[in-house]
Design a protein around this ligand. Structure first.
Ligand code: GAR
Length: 225
């Protein structure tokens, strides 16, 4: 089996990148993490990747403040230098230009901490709490020009509990990101993903049965007056 060469792009903690790396340590995973690229030299995830022997690189976005094309050209040079075939955005907090997205069309995925198209952008957990949704979660999608848009490969839903804070909800969602993202990257790397009419189809995966509901629609204990 040829393993596809993947770059994880990070801006910070890198826990999703670490989950991809852990999955790629299995010899039958269809991708290898060939590069971890950050737009910040102080991204904590860089040290983890280096400690596991993964090549790392930094292209400081701050150095290209008014020159996004220059920033992306510098990133493309690193990606080409490592023979990268697929990009996995993993907490990469820069908006990419249409030209960069077009160059990586069908070969770049992102994990986002909400059930898209709800709550694109930042502060998704606080916004989910404020909106009062009962189910929240994460999405993995192919990257297109709009921020947090693009055909959705997979989603995982978690309940929002009555006493949740932003931190408790974020932790519940993050645990699912760590399960979903390696699976979805594996599907893309194995060539199982096909896009038709703006929707992604994944060949041979098991779809969920039944439904998720929160609270459960069992009869509440009704008090009699
Ligand atoms: C993750 O929750 C990821 O979904 C989110 O940033 C966090 C990065 O954490 N990404 C976005 O919001 C992108 N729109 P990590 O660095 O520990 O993986």
């Amino acid at each position: 089996m040829t393993r596809r060469r993947v770059a994880a792009l990070i801006s910070g903690r890198g826990s999703n990148m670490a989950a991809l790396l852990a999955a790629a340590e299995s010899p039958d995973y269809p991708a290898e993490l060939a590069l971890v690229l950050s737009n910040r030299a102080d991204a904590a995830g860089l040290a983890h990747a280096a400690s596991r022997g993964v090549p790392t690189a930094v292209v400081e976005s701050r150095a290209f403040r008014d020159d996004r094309a220059g920033f992306e050209a510098a990133m493309d040079a690193k990606l080409a230098g490592h023979g990268i075939e697929i990009i996995a955005l993993a907490g990469f907090m820069r908006v990419l230009t249409e030209a960069f997205v077009a160059r990586w069309d069908g070969r770049m995925i992102n994990v986002h901490p909400s059930l898209l198209p709800c709550f694109p952008g930042l502060d998704t957990h606080a916004r989910a709490l404020a909106a009062g949704v009962r189910l929240h979660g994460c999405s993995v999608h192919l990257v297109t020009a709009g921020v947090d848009e693009g055909p959705i490969l997979a989603q995982a839903a978690v309940p929002v509990l009555p006493d949740d804070t932003e931190a408790t909800l974020a932790a519940r969602v993050l645990a699912e990101e760590h399960r979903l993202y390696p699976a979805a990257l594996g599907w893309l790397a194995a060539g199982l993903v096909r896009v038709e009419g703006g929707r992604a189809h994944v060949a041979g995966v098991t779809t969920a049965a039944g439904c998720l509901a929160n609270p459960l629609p069992s009869a509440p204990a009704l008090s009699t007056r």
